[in-house]
Design a protein around this ligand. Sequence first.
Ligand SMILES: *[C@@H]1O[C@H](CO)[C@@H](O)[C@H](O)[C@H]1NC(C)=O
Ligand SMILES: *[C@@H]1O[C@H](CO)[C@@H](O)[C@H](O)[C@H]1NC(C)=O
Ligand SMILES: *[C@@H]1O[C@H](CO)[C@@H](O)[C@H](O)[C@H]1NC(C)=O
Ligand SMILES: *[C@@H]1O[C@H](CO)[C@@H](O)[C@H](O)[C@H]1NC(C)=O
Ligand SMILES: *[C@@H]1O[C@H](CO)[C@@H](O)[C@H](O)[C@H]1NC(C)=O
Ligand SMILES: *[C@@H]1O[C@H](CO)[C@@H](O)[C@H](O)[C@H]1NC(C)=O
Ligand SMILES: *[C@@H]1O[C@H](CO)[C@@H](O)[C@H](O)[C@H]1NC(C)=O
Ligand SMILES: *[C@@H]1O[C@H](CO)[C@@H](O)[C@H](O)[C@H]1NC(C)=O
Ligand SMILES: CC(=O)N[C@H]1CO[C@H](CO)[C@@H](O)[C@@H]1O
Length: 894
Amino acid sequence: MKLWRTIHILLFALVAKGQNDSLGLSRGYTSLSTASFDIKLVKDSQILASLKPTGDAYDFLPFDDITYRAANGQYHNGDITFRYRVPGSTEWRSADSSTARKQVMSVKSNGLAAADLSPTLPADSPIRVVREWSDVDGDLGLAFTLTNTGTQSLEIGSLGFPTEFNSIFTSRTAEDMAANCSLTDPYIGMDAGYLQITPTSGTGAALIVTPLLNTSTPLEAWRNLDEPSTDPLYYGSQTFEGFYEWQTHSKAYADNEWSNVTPWNEPSSKTLKPGQSATYGLRFSVVKSGIRGIQKAVQSTNTPVAIGIPGYVVPVDLTAQLYVFHTDISKVESEHDAFKIAHVSNGTLSLTPTGSVWGRTKVTITYTDGKVQTVHYFITDSAPTVISKLGKFSTTSMWFDDKTDPFGRAPSALTWDHSIGAQVLQEPRVWISGLSDEGGVIYLATAMKQFGLSDASEIAKLEQFATEVLSKKIQNTDFTVRKSIFFYEPDQVPRYQYDQSINWGNWWSWNKNASYATDRAYDYIHVIGAYWALYRAGRADHELLKVNTWQWYLSQAYNTTVACFATDADGNGLVGYSRLGLMGETVVGELLADLRRENWTSEADAVEAAMKLRAHDWDNETVPYGSEMAWDSTGQEGIYYWSNYFNLAETATKTINSIIGYMPTISHWGWNGNARRYWDFIYGGKLQRIERMIHHYGSSLNALPLLTQFRQNSSDSYLLRVGYGGILGPLSNIRQDGSMYNGFHSFPDTLRGDDYSGDYGPNFLGMMIGSGVYVVHDPDVGLVTYGGNMDVSGSTVTVQPRDAVRRRVYIAQMGVYVTISAGQIESFSFDTSDPISVKLHVAPGPAKASSTIVWVETPGTPDHYVVAGKTEKQRDGWTVELGSGGTDVTVSRA
Ligand SMILES: *[C@@H]1O[C@H](CO)[C@@H](O)[C@H](O)[C@H]1NC(C)=O
Ligand SMILES: *[C@@H]1O[C@H](CO)[C@@H](O)[C@H](O)[C@H]1NC(C)=O
Ligand SMILES: *[C@@H]1O[C@H](CO)[C@@H](O)[C@H](O)[C@H]1NC(C)=O
Ligand SMILES: *[C@@H]1O[C@H](CO)[C@@H](O)[C@H](O)[C@H]1NC(C)=O
Ligand SMILES: *[C@@H]1O[C@H](CO)[C@@H](O)[C@H](O)[C@H]1NC(C)=O
Ligand SMILES: *[C@@H]1O[C@H](CO)[C@@H](O)[C@H](O)[C@H]1NC(C)=O
Ligand SMILES: *[C@@H]1O[C@H](CO)[C@@H](O)[C@H](O)[C@H]1NC(C)=O
Ligand SMILES: *[C@@H]1O[C@H](CO)[C@@H](O)[C@H](O)[C@H]1NC(C)=O
Ligand SMILES: CC(=O)N[C@H]1CO[C@H](CO)[C@@H](O)[C@@H]1O
């Protein structure tokens, strides 16, 4: 918060007075209205300046910033870009209504306003464009009619409709940002494509943009718009991600700028004969019921909707379900036969991976009305195989054991560069090579993997790392955590050869003193997570630990927590950022639960007291989601955890809303459950740029609060759709060889994972803590299972878990959440007509657990459940011997 304000003041000072008015703002606006909207067009240019739900002060557009966005080259709704050529010619010519703006020619219209755009398009363009704004059943319609005025046929190779919504955070206070701004995400699904514009508060009306009725305006591609970034709003920065355009034809880009990429959809073009016209258009609709109502609202515009369960990242051993809401299907195609598709009933498809495809794939649905929808999937190995590959790769290829390293990094798992197939031993952003920050802590993933699926040889290596590097080099003896153990200071390491081809002159090439600073609380969480995971692995199987005891790992985690959250007598944090919500800090909640289970009562009390101070501070703030960034989507996880823990319900609810404001559900593996992140390629990526990231760590970490909240209120199925998408996301970041990446590049010229493993560690942590199976009654699609294969026979439901960890089961009908400490749940079953018990078959699993503890919670109901039969109570659960073939466990209502 403090930081936010500072930035605000700085930026405010920079906002210059003079600006260019190519839009014609000085000549005023035309105010219009429909049943749903209050609308302002700029009179001269007829671009959309303001769009408010009728009678509302909230604007989906950055009207208050329009004077800074009135220059040539700055885009608005109503603009158009296209490329065309005469058939046979290879060269595309471009037209863009924003480049050299002129007042447009108003023309007669039955709608709200219309104009011939010729003056503002290149004079030699043979394509005349007439744009019309109209009232479509109370919604706002925007149509473009393109006419070939020449004497030759023309091929339109790209056609885009720029969009602009209020994601400009620059110079706003946190409170104003939460109250005034919104975020936009696309569903790049052809005729089913749409945009959703969600308020950052997560509350109030949302907006959708769908293809205009009676036009064919598929969302084929989503192109980031290049704008000058010198303006005082800082286009393309941490406080202003930038804008995109809805592309209906994209062939001219696919053949040129994007030629090395497999696009989301087949690139198309359109040929217009001389004199021929084509009309395209978009429709803007308010979703009064808010974000949770978006899918229904899309459906009501006659745009096909598909709901995929468990989402669109599908492990090869899982059969996914796809529910479509539109007219009858005439054809369904799975690219390269990636799925065997069965029509279960009208509108219900089941998709079983055939094993022929790993990675991206799409399913194309054609409806009887001619509409075509693409649903984008990512098929992975079975989830335990995926995490096993990560464990192996990070302890072999990525394992660094050069004992002569002057920085003391050996042994450890070091950042990987996929493009050269090597460790990143030297990086000017020192933390990437220095085992700290988020960008350098892949060891966190390796350790968390042992919690999910332990492996003796991997643990042996991690024990060396924990003993020699983590506790001795990354940490000081007082448990404080360094920001990097690699640094740039030749005098300190005289015999070390720094790579002279690297530019060591930027702020991030810290010297030794700056690297060894311990003032960044975020770094402590990675250390706590690693120790906690090794404690749990060792607690489940004592044989695994050869160097330290489980007590040592638990006390290291505890002591690091104490160091992280220590305060002075006035309650001020001693470590920077420790008063903020920290990414991955759900693991501190896990630690606290374990301290209680172990009867480490004074330690548990100390952790709880430290968290209570923070939670009560947050409860007093309107927008408690500060971070080291001016705007962020990382604090919410911790703030929800402790607000919920201490029953601060208002803040907990506000935080869930904040999350759904930046985390969508969309029928595309890349966007479903993908929390807004757009600057961390700068700090952890090889390809550094401001870019909407796909499945950066925001996905799994923000999924944790959504899933927790869902278990407390299982009628809020929206939270599960989004949250489960987020928890599946990190599976897609692991390549077939076991290497991993920080995020997938969404810009259409790239569409691949970054080369650096970077800051993937926290993403993997979220997946290990949040993976589970959810059996629920969804109000739209009926009884479904997220993360398992379900078989229904009469009233008996049997499920085989297919998630990464296979140790957590939630059954909404009972409100019961069963978790186990070791082994794997192979299957479970219950009777929907008499849901008072669930029978689980628990097996030793690949880690060959000999026993397990079963914990039973009922977060959604006052009911109480127990493990039946003669079992010993231990660590607040029930101990169960597994034998060699596993055993059945029955959890029944008490
Ligand atoms: C604004 O106008 C000035 C001249 O008055 C010009 O130098 C500058 O490039 C213009 N800026 C933009 C963004 O068009
Ligand atoms: C769309 O087409 C249908 C059928 O031709 C017609 O009834 C309807 O008015 C049209 N709607 C619009 C907005 O053009
Ligand atoms: C399938 O469902 C759609 C939409 O609910 C409906 O219009 C159509 O008639 C149904 N078809 C059959 C064969 O039941
Ligand atoms: C060393 O780093 C600390 C913490 O960042 C800083 O306060 C101190 O001024 C630095 N000392 C020197 C000599 O640069
Ligand atoms: C770390 O924590 C353990 C467990 O509470 C405690 O016994 C020990 O004294 C602590 N170590 C240090 C150095 O503070
Ligand atoms: C914790 O204390 C309780 C009550 O004294 C005891 O039953 C239980 O076994 C203890 N748990 C552990 C892990 O020591
Ligand atoms: C929260 O605010 C209230 C009223 O402003 C104040 O009494 C209380 O002490 C504050 N609590 C904390 C933890 O700051
Ligand atoms: C549970 O979720 C539903 C659906 O969003 C909502 O209507 C209801 O108010 C919630 N109940 C509680 C107790 O929060
Ligand atoms: C332009 C606009 O809508 N501004 C609003 C932003 O949010 C604050 C509340 O924090 C309102 O007071 C402003 O009117």
